[in-house]
Design a binder for this molecule. Structure first.
Ligand code: SIN
Ligand code: FE2
Length: 217
């Protein structure tokens, strides 16, 4: 037995965990590119700042959002849609960085979905207390492509249900650099995020940022 066995606290979580048929959690998958991701994120947010959008029903969302890629997901009194232009800046969304695209492609493949080429990346910022209620991702044209969802910063409880809103969701703790991938039989499953617990993340501070990659068109 050597001393180095005791030097680091091992990550005892399994590296992958099935959430449902077609849905998997890839623990720590983003770690190797973490600093490049964060540098690219800072540039995106400088061009397209986070904002709290309004739902069609007139409620302001607790999660702040922005986008990168050819299309961005937006919501306002007119409804939910993908738009090539940022309504706040009237400019196209920032381009999707290569490090984002490559990570999404590799994570999708690890989840069993080869050839994933996202054209939209919704970026969600949760501060303590922010939450996302159960919903389906269904504003995309092609449900053949999966959803790839990267967690950064504070841990969150991800709720992953079934095809019906009434299906009881299972709860998964998502930590910094974890990636969830769902597609195929679970592509339209309801999911959401419980109110974010307060805390301080070593790199991101008092927030969680989530990158959600989709093929919108
Ligand atoms: C979403 O469904 O858009 C967000 C999921 C998450 O923040 O983990
Ligand atoms: Fe979603």
């Amino acid at each position: 037995m050597t001393a180095d066995l005791f030097e680091a606290v091992p990550d005892v979580r399994p590296s992958r965990e099935a959430m449902a048929d077609g849905a998997v959690l890839l623990r720590g998958f983003a770690r190797p590119v973490e600093s490049d991701l964060l540098a690219a994120l800072r540039e995106i947010v400088a061009q397209a700042p986070f904002r709290h959008m309004f739902t069609p029903g007139g409620h302001q969302m607790s999660v702040a959002m922005t986008n990168c890629g050819n299309f961005g997901w937006v919501t306002d009194r007119g409804g939910y849609r993908y738009d090539g232009v940022d309504p706040d800046t009237a400019k196209p969304w920032p381009a999707m960085p290569l490090v984002f695209r490559e990570l999404a492609l590799r994570a999708a493949a690890a989840g069993g979905f080869d050839g994933f080429v996202p054209d939209a990346c919704l970026i969600n910022r949760y501060e303590p207390g922010a939450r996302m209620s159960l919903h389906q991702d269904k504003d995309e044209n092609d449900f053949g492509a999966p959803i790839v969802s990267v967690s950064l910063g504070l841990p969150a409880i991800f709720m992953f249900g079934g095809i019906r809103r009434s299906d009881r969701p299972r709860r998964f703790r998502l930590e910094h650099a974890d990636i969830a991938v769902w597609g195929g039989p679970s592509r339209l499953f309801f999911h959401g995020v419980a109110p974010l617990a307060d805390g301080e993340h070593a790199v991101l501070g008092r927030q969680r940022v989530n990158l959600t990659f989709r093929k919108a068109r």
